[in-house]
Design a protein around this ligand. Structure first.
Ligand code: SF4
Length: 354
């Protein structure tokens, strides 16, 4: 247990720790018995996700996988199932992969050397620092979203924190403030300050323990910092979604290949707008169909491009039937989904009604 009142001479850390002793969060499930494994799982779940959402997921996860060994031995499907609803599934896949490696290469104990820890899938410098600081009290800085915000405001650092020069400045400030003692409490304190007081919108500066020296508050810039990511204009691609109805009102869906856009999810058959449609339907699906109408265009944005989708409603002609063979199926709009559907397909299916 770390003793209180040992924050060193840095006023920022000292004030933060004093505040933490009265206002910090000390009853979060992963704070009870903060083993490296439990802290690791919580840190991964907390990436891009609020504490309130994570708490029940963490409880279920720990019940099923109480140890790293249990996680390493589990099938990935089971891990993904417990992750359903948390999103960002790469986190779960990396967690599972890293557990397997730790089991195979380090006898089941997470490495305590920060560089080795960082070499594991899904563990970046901040997560590695948090695991060692929170579970072992090792002096390592962290720089998650909350900490970036607090430090950018406190020191008045302009510029997008994702750019290398701003990130370097923030890491160096994070390193400078991290005390030699009470590291776990300090680490939790700065995360808590960002999550509960120095919030992205409307920070509660009047309740902030470091407000007197805060540059952003002094300059009236609290809500402007940290600077947002500079906007890039993204390229636009266009695509036709073919909504092919059969006589029974069912529509045709295709499963996408495992890699690439919407990998493994179900989608309407898709082709480029300039496609010669009759030929395409015959050669790809072995059918003929008549166009019923062109529906309103919709935009789906990815991180690197916008996809403008034109839904084209068609009716199957004659007795042609598509061979399903596990990659195609006829689907009743409005049915409860029991398959993974790409987001625009799901919203189009909903618009078709039951
Ligand atoms: Fe954040 Fe306001 Fe505290 Fe500055 S004074 S660190 S802006 S909460």
């Amino acid at each position: 247990m770390e003793s209180r009142g040992a924050a060193g001479s840095d006023p920022f850390a000292r004030k933060l720790l004093r505040w933490f002793d009265h206002h910090g969060r000390r009853d979060l499930p992963w704070q009870r018995d903060p083993t490296p494994y439990r802290v690791w799982v919580s840190e991964i779940m907390l990436q891009q996700t609020q504490v309130a959402t994570v708490v029940p997921y963490f409880g279920r996860f720990m019940e099923r996988f109480p140890t790293l060994q249990a996680l390493a031995a589990a099938p990935l499907d089971e891990v993904l199932h417990l992750w359903t609803g948390l999103g960002y599934y790469a986190r779960a896949r990396n967690l599972h992969r890293a557990a397997g490696r730790v089991q195979a290469e380090y006898g089941g104990d997470l490495p305590e050397d920060i560089a080795t820890l960082q070499a594991l899938p899904g563990i970046g410098p901040s997560t590695a620092g948090a695991i060692l600081a929170l579970s072992k009290g090792r002096r390592h800085p962290i720089l998650d979203g909350n900490v970036r915000r607090v430090l950018a405001r406190y020191h008045g650092i302009a510029g997008w924190p994702g750019s290398p020069s701003v990130a370097r400045s923030l890491w160096s400030l994070a390193e400078g403030h991290t005390p030699k003692r009470r590291v776990a409490a300090y680490t939790q304190a700065i995360m808590d300050l960002g999550a509960t007081v120095c919030t992205p919108k409307r920070p509660r500066c009047t309740d902030c323990p470091v407000s007197r020296e805060c540059t952003a508050l002094d300059q009236g810039l609290a809500e402007q910092l940290p600077s947002p990511r500079p906007r890039r204009s993204l390229p636009v691609r266009r695509s036709l979604f073919l909504i092919i109805f059969d006589d029974a009102g069912m529509v045709l869906l295709e499963r996408r290949p495992p890699a690439g856009l919407w990998g493994g999810l179900w989608c309407f058959p898709e082709c480029a707008p300039e496609t010669e449609l009759d030929d395409w339907l015959l050669s790809r699906l072995g059918i003929t169909a008549e166009v019923l109408r062109v529906a309103e265009r919709m935009r789906h944005s990815f991180s690197h491009f916008h996809l403008d989708i034109t839904p084209l409603h068609l009716r199957l002609k004659g007795s042609g039937r598509v061979a399903e063979q596990g990659v195609r199926r006829w689907y009743r709009p409005g049915a409860l989904p029991d398959i993974g559907l790409a987001a625009p397909t799901l919203s189009l299916l909903r618009s078709l009604g039951p």
